[in-house]
Design a protein around this ligand. Structure first.
Ligand SMILES: [Zn+2]
Length: 175
């Protein structure tokens, strides 16, 4: 049975440490970590999670987009593990939208992100995959990829005035 893992929070050194490449995807340790990260992401109602967020400094992220209370407009994407992802191309066009992060609870920010991103990664069966993400999924990928290089979403804001509390965010959008 997959286990829910403890989520590392901003301030933990693992959140600011660039992650190491996964040398071999098909070990029981990595396969278990993937299953546990998917369970942790679903339990926390996140749209994605990166290995440093569960204390593993490894280039591994999960995208698990589905509409929920935190992200009502998220498209449905089966939980997918992206191992050793690389960015091949980014659109010049950017757009700003709201993000939150399981490692920085209580905070939301409007973050500019590239609208389109082309990526390569290894899947959990060790096959090389290419993908083109747009809109919410492009944003989600860039947010999770940042965790692999020791960055978090509040590093990417244009202005600190784009950072607000979760309570005010709820007031803005749900009251
Ligand atoms: Zn995050």
């Amino acid at each position: 049975m997959p286990q829910c893992l403890e989520i590392s929070q901003l301030g933990a050194s693992v959140i600011r440490t660039p992650a190491q490449k996964v040398p071999n995807v098909q070990t029981p340790e990595i396969q278990t970590l993937i299953d546990d990260m998917i369970a942790t992401c679903q339990d926390s109602k996140g749209a994605g999670i990166a290995a440093p967020q569960v204390g593993h400094s490894l280039c591994l992220l999960i995208m698990a987009s589905a509409p929920n209370k935190r992200y009502p407009n998220a498209p449905l994407m089966e939980p997918t593990a992206l191992i050793n992802p690389r960015i091949l191309a980014l659109s010049e066009e950017k757009e700003k939208d709201w993000e939150g992060c399981l490692s920085i609870p209580g905070i939301r920010a409007r973050v500019p992100r590239h609208c389109h991103v082309e990526v390569a990664y290894i899947d959990r069966e060790a096959k090389v995959q290419h993908a083109l993400f747009d809109g919410f999924l492009a944003r989600l990928f860039q947010h999770e990829f940042d965790h692999l290089i020791g960055k978090v979403f509040i590093d990417r804001v244009d202005s600190t005035e784009d950072i607000i509390t979760e309570k005010e965010y709820q007031r803005l959008f749900y009251m």
